[in-house]
Design a protein around this ligand. Structure first.
Ligand code: PMV
Length: 372
């Protein structure tokens, strides 16, 4: 039996967005970004990679959602495999591999499928090719610093620190497959540090807080459209960098300020600031898209109705809910556990019965606690 590795990786949702690259080839971003990683029980990519018998298979193979793919047309994946092979010292590293990947949600519909997809692949390849370490990466690491038994605890803690560091290094490879994927190498709250070096070696993700720092937080991912988005994030970013004047302010002023604010809000569990910063950063990102020429519209009428609904709700009840939108129309809503039932009730009623009769929200995909 040839060696085989399976991994289930969750998507992450950027609360403070990455938009625009300093280096398109290496995927070095203009600015840091900050995200939460979702729980992987419903929304996930499941990937298996295995070595094949070199006598039977001449080439690497890739299957996505049960459909065999032409690997050559997935340049970033080809690139990723090459980078991992380059760093591996396994004697059989040049044997062909087979990749089998499944998304539990629509691919390329603004639901960050590339973040979980590339993270799962990097994770699997890192383990398969034993890159930066020979121990399998731990899927469910325990929170650092919380070990109970002293002696064993120290050992366990060292292992976890090594595991986190290895993930950081792997995240720099993952980043080159899809920028935002590097943040899915960790659970909890994660920052992707843009880095200073021209070769991108310090452009890595880091876990800032584990999930346990704020267990009451809930994330609701909604799908208003499941068709593929019109302007890919790669193209959109390129166009924004070339034509938007506002992008400079966004990346050098707005984002650094928002990251500082959101970290403080998380530490002090200040939901109002947390939600307001998240909403404002999402709006600022979509303003960059509007300031791009020709403009890019990722939000649609459904998205705008959800934005209005959240603000009306918060006007009445105080800031209970925040929204954020990536490069697509699907709202991601954040709230505290205690406010979820009443909000969800009103939300589902409003959008199914009144406002969106002709364009109903197709499905509420996920009410999720985010991953550790
Ligand atoms: O990494 P990409 O190409 O999927 O771009 C992600 C861009 C946003 O989702 C809009 C923002 C982000 O930080 O995830």
């Amino acid at each position: 039996m040839e060696k085989e590795i399976t991994c289930v990786a969750p998507p992450n949702i950027a609360l403070i967005k990455y938009w625009g690259k300093k280096d398109e080839n290496l995927i070095i971003p203009l600015n840091n970004s900050f995200s939460i990683t979702l729980d992987s029980s419903d929304l996930f990519t499941k990937t298996t990679v295995r070595f094949c018998d070199p006598k039977k298979n001449e080439e690497d193979k890739f299957t996505l959602n049960e459909k065999p793919q032409k690997l050559a047309s997935h340049k970033r994946i080809v690139n990723l495999i090459a980078k991992i092979r380059e760093k591996s010292s396994l004697p059989n590293k040049d044997d062909p591999i087979e990749i089998d990947s499944m998304n539990s949600f629509p691919t390329a519909a603004g639901l960050a499928s590339s973040s979980s997809g590339i993270a799962a692949l990097t994770y699997c390849l890192g383990n398969l090719f034993e890159v930066y370490g020979t121990e399998p990466l731990q899927l469910d690491q325990v929170e650092i610093g919380k070990s109970t038994k002293k002696q064993e605890g120290k050992n366990e803690e060292n292992k976890q620190v090594a595991d986190l560091l290895r993930r950081e290094k792997l995240s720099a490879i993952s980043r080159q497959g899809s920028g935002s994927s590097c943040r899915s190498m960790f659970g909890g709250f994660v920052e992707w540090i843009a880095g200073e070096k021209n070769d991108g070696s310090d452009s890595r993700a880091k876990q800032i807080f584990p999930k346990s720092v704020w267990p009451e937080l809930r994330v609701l991912v909604c799908v208003v459209r499941s068709e593929q988005k019109k302007v890919s994030s790669t193209l959109g970013m390129r166009r924004s960098v070339e034509t938007s004047e506002y992008i400079d302010k966004f990346s050098t002023k707005v984002v650094p300020k928002n990251i500082k604010q959101i970290k403080q809000a998380i530490q002090s569990q200040d939901f109002e600031t947390f939600a307001n910063v998240t909403m404002k950063n999402s709006n600022a990102f979509h303003s960059v898209c509007l300031d791009t020429f020709p403009p890019i519209f990722y939000l649609n009428q459904d998205s705008k109705k959800v934005i209005d609904f959240v603000h009306s709700w918060n006007d009445i009840f105080g800031t209970q809910v925040g929204y954020t939108f990536d490069a697509g129309p699907n709202p991601v809503l954040i709230m505290l556990n205690k406010n979820l039932p009443s909000f969800l009730d009103a939300f589902v009623q409003t959008f199914q019965i009144e406002n969106l009769v002709n364009q109903p929200l197709q499905q509420i995909l996920k009410d999720s606690q985010f991953n550790k």
